[in-house]
Write a protein that binds this ligand. Structure first.
Ligand SMILES: Cc1ncc(COP(=O)(O)O)c(C=O)c1O
Length: 455
């Protein structure tokens, strides 16, 4: 037993080995409860994943019913009805002809799978030299080596750099701190044209795909590109025979106020990746949706795909994802994400006018980022001051969970995300914003950016 935490082995590897988090024992709606009976408002849906809140009885019942019928049948030996139904439902919702479905267990596996499918597509078309998958300088596509290779996340890459590809160099559409030192709209979207520059540097014959999060999540705290950005990206991809992979692991399934965030931008990718909100924390499940055009050369060519995992397409996860989707649709949660997202965004912008540490409030729907700055020039804090960690702690002390998203500036830069379950109501948004206000005030006092509270 650890001396520090009675009743704990001390051998569970938590993110910080010197800090033992409380044990969670129950989830209900927007709230999680720990062993001591403390209640936490889940202001970030865990890792922006618990999209329908915790303990939804309909989902638990569907899981139970499926578990009694069939929990596993290996995908090379059997198909299963929940997977068939999920393919049909997602295919009908997704833009373009994205109706081909492959299920895996995590977002990292899914982005990596999308890259593999892109390479196979070109191989089957007789262009095996198209192997690079370009991505943006600020991006996160997952922690497995292939996914991390595509990620521009200095902090998460740092220990494994020797094993990773270096293709995450395309400029991020980060208008607040334009990487090209330009200003929107006079920039004429030079950041999108930077994709062309990177394709030219490798030669279009060597580039298989470009992968991007429609709204940058973990690495950039909801950096949201200008509206015309993705149409330009789509055009550049088409002109160069480069596939466009939309990584909607965080943004998909209604989070941004559209079922898929690419809908805001009116573009259809060749591959669309889902995770997080697909299983909504009830099961590990992620997905790749592929278009007819992507699959046709594979179907007509080798006709075989050599990827997937032991538990890919397992019927219990597929049935769970179906029940989550039923709940999203039955309760019109995509509309709620839009409406409550507007409320949240407006309230946080009002807050930012009173709190100098809040340098930017941005995002789409219920995916909102707060960038934390040292002063009016938007100077970042020195990384060692751990301002993000401190704000997360102040929120936690008030019973509010928020998501740390620091490191956009080559490992520096402080930010958090607010992304509650899409089930949140108007009064609960107000309560959440009140708690953020309290936490930010405490941070500013600690940093000497606000007067101490009167004794
Ligand atoms: C956009 C995006 N892609 C991929 C991933 C990786 O997903 P997972 O953590 O389920 O492997 C994440 C996780 O944060 C993500 O935000």
């Amino acid at each position: 037993m650890s001396d520090d935490a009675p009743g704990r082995t001390g051998y569970v590897i938590h993110p910080w080995l010197d800090r033992v988090p409380p044990i969670a024992v129950r989830g209900e709606g927007l709230y999680l409860y720990d062993e001591e009976g403390r209640r936490y408002l889940d202001g970030c849906s865990g890792a922006v994943s618990s999209n329908i809140g915790h303990g939804v009885p309909e989902v638990l019942e569907a899981m139970h019913a499926q578990a009694q019928r069939l929990t596993f049948a290996f995908r090379s030996q059997f198909g299963n009805r929940p997977a068939e139904a999920l393919a049909e439902r997602l295919g009908a919702l997704a833009p373009g002809s994205l109706r081909w479905l492959f299920l895996v267990n995590s977002g990292s596996e899914a982005t990596e799978l999308a890259a593999k499918m892109a390479l196979q597509h070109w191989q089957e078309r007789g262009r095996p030299e198209k192997t690079h998958v370009l991505s943006r300088r600020i991006s996160y596509h997952g922690i497995t080596l292939g996914a991390l290779s595509m990620s521009g996340h200095a902090l998460r890459r740092s220990r494994f750099e020797a094993l990773l590809a270096k293709d995450a160099g395309v400029a991020t559409p980060y208008c607040l701190r334009c990487p090209l030192s330009l200003a929107y709209p006079s920039c004429e979207l030079a950041c999108a044209d930077d994709l062309q520059t990177h394709i030219d540097a490798l030669g279009a014959d060597h580039v298989a795909a470009f992968i991007a999060e429609p709204v940058v999540g973990a690495s950039g705290a909801a950096i949201t590109p200008p509206h015309e950005y993705y149409a330009r990206i789509r055009a550049i991809c088409d002109a160069n025979d480069v596939l466009f992979i939309a990584d909607e692991v965080m943004t998909g399934m209604g989070r941004t106020g559209a079922m898929f965030a690419v809908e805001h931008y009116g573009v259809a990718p060749d591959l669309l990746v889902l995770g997080k909100g697909l299983g909504a924390g009830y099961t590990p499940v992620s997905a790749v949706l592929a278009s007819d055009a992507l699959m046709e050369p594979i179907r007509q060519g080798s006709g075989a795909v050599l990827y997937g995992h032991t538990l890919s397409f397992n019927p219990l996860s597929a049935a769970t994802a179906l029940a989550v989707l039923d709940y999203v649709e039955k309760h019109d949660l995509v509309r709620n994400a839009r409406e409550r997202g507007d409320q949240l965004m407006n309230a946080l912008k009002t807050l930012a006018a009173r709190h100098p540490v809040l340098g930017d409030v941005r995002g789409l729907g219920l995916l909102v980022g707060l960038e934390l700055v040292a002063d009016g020039s938007l100077a970042p804090f020195p990384p060692e001051t751990n301002v993000t960690g401190r704000l997360v702690r102040h929120a936690f002390d008030r019973g509010l969970l928020i998501y740390p998203a620091s490191g956009a500036l080559e490992g520096a830069g402080d930010a958090v995300m607010i992304a509650p379950p899409l089930t949140i109501g108007a009064a609960e948004v107000d309560a959440l914003v009140g708690m953020v206000d309290g936490a930010v005030g405490a941070l500013e006092r600690e940093l000497g950016m606000a007067a101490p509270e009167p004794a």
